[in-house]
Design a protein around this ligand. Structure first.
Ligand SMILES: [Zn+2]
Length: 593
């Protein structure tokens, strides 16, 4: 009858994982071994400063603390070797700056980490980037984990590791917690809805062992759920299935946090119990206060409790009818009162569920207690495939890579959209360039590094052409003559390399076009000052606030971004627009503006 899967096998030698449980009130971290044991468990209140970076920083610090505490228990798996930096070596946590690639050689010289799919869990200690070598350890301190598992309330996108905007974590909007954790700990990640992860943990290591269809309800601040049906975790079409808290038990009833009315969460969650009891008893109470008052014989509290258990029982009876499970597991803080809740729920199920289903289903408390959340986070990480699998293409490192690329594309698109506010200025700059060229002027372009390439790019479009056939136009790039650059830099100063050329060449009818991301390079600022002193038109392509270079620029095209990459990408876009305007004018189709 039983069909154990969730979530597929993990061999005993797979190595432990780090588990991070992100709750609305509490963060928890522990190291979880393949037998489901939690080591080094640490918890802390969830910071609610509105800044998710502060909360994730606290979470990762907690993770490191759990690794440190768990180290003695995991010492049996410790190993030691030498780390060498080499091309193609696997990036590991503990790497200074996080950029170099390291490979690990054990004392016998056998290479481990750095081979694809081998050697996970090694960490470089005491690295010396200058020498490119350091000590490598496994199974102690930061080492020894092969993945990091995260459990968090939904909605979330498990595949990309993104927490969307869960109601219990205000300010967490589209937080890439999975890739961030993968980067922080140097291992692949797995992210799962917290109630789903808890369901998997109970199924695998708790009350659900030996069952095939098991439902889990967590009754705490809210009510969440997870379902294992016929040995398969049920995720649903959009990945957020199992929202048992929003089964409607009273049409048009109390307002739920989800915005609808009459959900079981609006009656039986810890916060709903507290609120209803406060209304009935006329004083502020927690859910634990309510159970104490019921035990003490308070009739108002008893009435609230009876309704709570009855409505939770009704929801469970519906679930039993729908799934016909072997077992319904109730976990979460509210279930700590034990039979006071489970007794009435069992009675409602026995009385109201369809008889065959009611007979088949047991209703039991969670066996893993308060550790169910963090063990659940660990189980989803333990269930990750041991080696990167090109067939599935969904390993943590690949998802981190995909997310990193998407974030670049998103930012590029956002900055390009913001450029819409600059169209009038781009057009005005293009018209001025056309007018100067029509009056016999020359365009002098300049910049440092990537901006030097942009300067040459514009010159190429002018001397050659952009898209249309037309006469060549005079343009010179001042950063493209190595002899002049090295002479001036060597004999005078690097700050003079462009200004001296401007003084030698520029006339009042000319244009000086400077490309810079920050506007803070002294040689760019001095070039614009020299151009203006010669009476030339000065045009500045920059970003951010434009820096001191803006002081000497007649026209400024400022990309609204602080990222050098995005600024340079937009510079290319803008120089193409201006090139097209010049093309149109020079091809004779439009009079000089
Ligand atoms: Zn609801």
């Amino acid at each position: 009858m039983s069909a154990p899967d969730p979530l597929a096998p993990f061999p005993g030698d797979a190595g432990p994982v780090l588990a991070l449980d992100i709750g609305g009130t509490k963060l928890a971290a522990a190291v979880i071994t393949p037998d489901g044991a939690a080591s080094g468990l640490v918890t802390a209140p969830t910071p609610h400063t509105g800044d998710w970076r502060a909360a994730t920083g606290r979470l990762f610090a907690l993770g490191r603390e759990a690794l440190r505490r768990a180290a003695p228990e995991l010492a049996g798996e410790a190993g030691e070797g030498w780390a060498v930096r080499e091309p193609g070596g696997r990036k590991t946590a503990g790497d200074p700056g996080g950029s170099a690639s390291w490979a690990v050689r054990e004392p016998g010289g056998r290479k481990t980490a750095g081979d694809p799919g081998v050697g996970a869990g090694w960490v470089v200690r005491e690295p010396d980037p200058g020498v490119g070598a350091g000590r490598a350890v496994r199974g102690a301190g930061l080492g020894g984990i092969r993945a990091v598992g995260l459990a968090c309330g939904g909605p979330l996108d498990a595949a990309s590791g993104t927490v969307m905007s869960p109601p219990h974590l205000p300010g967490w909007t589209r937080v890439p917690i999975g890739p961030l954790a993968a980067e922080a700990f140097g291992v692949p990640f797995a992210l799962e809805n917290d109630a789903t992860a808890a369901a998997v943990a109970e199924y695998r290591f708790g009350a659900g062992r030996g069952t095939g269809t098991m439902l889990y309800l967590t009754v705490s601040t809210g009510i969440g759920g997870g379902a294992i049906v016929g040995g398969r975790l049920h995720r649903g079409a959009a990945g957020n299935g199992g929202e048992f808290g929003h089964i409607i038990v009273r049409r048009g009833g109390r307002l739920c946090a989800c915005g609808r009315r009459g959900c079981v969460e609006a009656y039986a969650s810890g916060s709903a119990i507290a609120q209803r009891a406060a209304e009935a008893c006329g004083r502020a109470m927690t859910a634990a206060d309510v159970t104490a008052a019921v035990a003490a014989g308070d009739p108002a509290a008893a009435a609230v409790w009876a309704e709570t258990a009855d409505l939770l029982g009704a929801a469970v009876a519906d679930l039993v009818n729908v799934f016909e499970p072997d077992l319904v597991v109730l976990g979460g803080g509210v279930t700590r009162c034990g039979d006071m809740l489970l007794g009435p729920v069992r009675e409602v199920v026995a009385r109201e569920a369809m008889p065959p289903a009611a007979r088949a289903a047991r209703v039991e408390p969670a066996a893993l207690g308060d550790r169910v959340g963090v063990i659940g986070a660990g189980v989803v990480a333990l269930a990750l495939p041991l080696e990167d699998s090109p067939a599935t293409g969904t390993t943590g490192s690949e998802r981190a890579m995909a997310h990193w690329m998407e974030s670049h594309l998103d930012e590029h698109v956002a900055v390009a959209s913001a450029l819409g506010a600059l169209t009038a200025e781009i057009r005005a700059a293009g018209e001025l360039v056309c007018r100067r060229l029509a009056g016999g002027g020359t365009v002098y372009t300049l910049g440092n590094g990537g901006s030097a390439a942009d300067a040459q790019h514009l010159t190429g479009e002018l001397v050659g052409h952009f898209k249309r056939h037309r006469r060549p136009l005079p343009a010179v790039t001042l950063s493209a003559d190595p002899s002049v650059l090295t002479c001036v830099a060597n004999d005078y100063a690097y700050a003079d390399v462009f200004a001296r050329q401007i003084e030698a060449l520029a006339r009042p009818q000319d244009v000086v076009v400077a490309f810079t991301t920050s506007g803070r390079s002294p040689n760019v600022t001095s070039a614009l000052a020299a151009g203006r002193a010669r009476g030339a038109l000065t045009l500045l392509f920059a970003g951010g606030d434009g820096g001191p270079a803006t002081v000497h620029a007649d026209r400024v095209l400022l990309v609204p971004s602080k990222s050098s990459q995005r600024i340079q990408e937009m510079h290319t876009l803008m120089l193409h627009m201006i090139s097209e305007m010049v093309d149109a004018w020079a091809a004779g189709e439009e009079p000089a503006p």
